[in-house]
Design a protein around this ligand. Sequence first.
Ligand code: SAM
Ligand code: SF4
Ligand code: F3S
Length: 449
Amino acid sequence: MKVAFYTLGCKVNQYETQALEQILTSRGHALVPFHAPADAYIINTCTVTAVSDKKSRQVIRRARKASPDAIIAVCGCMTEQPHVVEEIKRKYQNVDIIFGTHNLHRLPEFLYSALIDGRRVCELSHTEGEVAEGLPVKRASNWKAWVTIMYGCNNFCTYCIVPYVRGRERSRRRNDILQEIDALAAGGVREITLLGQNVNSYGKDLDEPERHESFAALLSAVCERTAGSSLRRIRFMTSHPKDLSEELIEVMAKYPSVCNQLHLPVQSGSTEILRRMNRRYTREQYISLVEKIRSRIPEITLSTDLITGFPGETEEDFRETLELVRMLRFDMAYTFIYSPRVGTPAAADPDQVAEELVKDRFGRLLELQNTISREKNEACTGKTFEVLCEGVSRTNPARLTGRTEGNKIVNFTADGVCAADAEGKFAKVYIDAAQTWSLEGRALEWEES
Ligand code: SAM
Ligand code: SF4
Ligand code: F3S
């Protein structure tokens, strides 16, 4: 069969699409782009906000319209909510397969049932206690890889649907993770990102003696084992501020292969809103954590997530967020408008903020953050950064693109260098201009092959 995938949402979903792709290609099926004719279209959905839901639905409709006879399969986080599954079954009569996030390995079986028996399949298992090891992943590149270290989330932030659709925290065993990373390093991978909704609570659900293996200890083991290999950059996400330990800051400072970059979602600058969000830290605790990290690792690049319009947010609360953003000067922020998710405590809060107020606050926050991001990027001009080349720039085929250790995007020229040879290689790039979301420059030299 020719199979096309469309993936919405976070890296967790992208990683799982790679696993699904591997399952199908290892059985002889071919992958084709989503816009090409295919026998089956598989849509891996996200439901973190109403906007994600809307996009997921649009893609389902688009696939059906483009190809009335193909099999349409829907999976991912949207399908883990019973009311959404009912809606998909009712409204999208022509969706052939609906399957959840816990039974990815059964996709071939579902496809055969739909194809051969013409049977509509809806399989949602909730055996979330297990971590399915040995599920091979079709890596999108041979120089960059994500490695899931844990699944699910226990935090139950009051606005968030993720713990309901992804289940409780399940850590992978340390040896399985290390073996996967050994194989990646041996295969020439240059950069890995350790993935989990809250990597800082890694190991807490494991049995003795692994229970005492902190995330910092795992990260340190990864660095020790891969020292001197082709693997030169190690990132991780996401870190919950309440669980970020001093031990982790020390490991980050000690090992040069751990990138000086941290995504540390704050969500709000108001202690009262943070309490209502069940984030379990105060504004002051967050600020002192950032100060501690910056004093130990001065060159660190920091990014965050921010939500505007959480139920009960007053103008005063919002100004505290603006003030925190002005004070901490994040390099980058993902800004969200609060979106009520069915079944979460915040959605039932009668104190929802009026839409016009939320839009106005969102605009002000975005403007402030954009100014800061631009200023931070402007401060990079005239300097030289090591950039891991990712290939040709999407916006200008005459330029290459890549990322700095701080995860900033750099679009650059490189005289006489062919993109295919440059991909996955490190270059020293001189920065001569800055945009809000990216840097521009020219390659001065490349690493030896
Ligand atoms: N586990 C990560 C953490 O706690 O930082 C984040 C995971 S979540 C997929 C990514 C971001 O989506 C959150 O940090 C939050 O800012 C945003 N988000 C989650 N639920 C939301 C909601 N109901 N409305 C608006 N934004 C939301
Ligand atoms: Fe959602 Fe909070 Fe878990 Fe992040 S930590 S996935 S925001 S519940
Ligand atoms: Fe979306 Fe699921 Fe990730 S809801 S953000 S794809 S964990």
